[in-house]
Design a protein around this ligand. Sequence first.
Ligand code: ATP
Ligand code: MG
Length: 305
Amino acid sequence: MLPKLQQLLPSDLLRHNEKTMSKLKIAVQKSGRLSEKSLDLLKKCGIKLPNGGRVLKASSPNFPLEVLFLRDDDIPQYVEQGIADLGILGQNEVWEKGKDVNELKPLGFAGCRLSIAIPREKEYTGITSFEGKRIATSYPNILSDYFQKENVNVVIEEIGGSVEIAPSIGLADGVMDIVSTGSTLIMNGLKEVETIAKSEAVLISNKTLSPEKTSLVDQLLFRINAVQQSKENKYILLNAPNTQLETITEILPGMKSPTVLPLAQEGWSSLHSVIREDDFWNSIDQLKNAGAEGILVVPIEKMIL
Ligand code: ATP
Ligand code: MG
């Protein structure tokens, strides 16, 4: 028996909408150093995601976005092929894989550098000293490009992980790996001698997105920018004698036309503005000397310029 029309319509429409409405697909690292911060960024952009478990795919209930959880190595390929429209991963992986994708925006987390290190006791005399030497790395493409530009011939030993032990087991004369603090190198008796590149997490996109998806990416970028701006800036409130307001405004370079409100105490005002956090710390003594009191610096959640 056919279902009544009224019973059929709502769910059918919903299904129809889901099929026809463009949804962005973003690939993030399933588990690793980038996972938490990638999801945190989406959350700060106001994009809700269902809580957890070991799912491979999750759909946001309040933004047309589907998150695919993958190994970071696979993300450039999926984005190039359009299986995912966007991806979040380390620039180091993007450069190594050399896929045809757009780097849309550095994201300000997972900062590290790609460096060459050699055993601590070896004397280092410059890049040409690597001529004919063996270097172990998980980034053979980045490394061979680098030495090609330097016109030095090296033998690259590609290994998947634990690169730092290569010299001590006789596999290589040096290593090229990701370094953040440098403590892993030191623990393995190595010293950093060359920095090849600096890397951080980046948002990449497929090169041929539909106009509909491009507009969704713009919306997402708008939110990411608002989140990033808010991180660098603080809301500042301080009290000062009216006679000092001009001097104080000059001390804080970021503070353009602050809001000035009279205080109950005659001759005093409260000054409110948005400043870069760095500017604040660099000027704190000058501010106090200029007569600022009761200084409050508070975080900003979102900032639209
Ligand atoms: P997957 O299982 O997804 O392939 P992975 O083992 O390749 O993960 P992680 O160790 O989780 O990768 O690192 C992911 C990225 O985090 C790196 O590619 C790099 O961009 C960044 N990163 C930042 N600091 C460090 C660090 N100290 N060591 C390693 N990676 C770092
Ligand atoms: Mg990986």
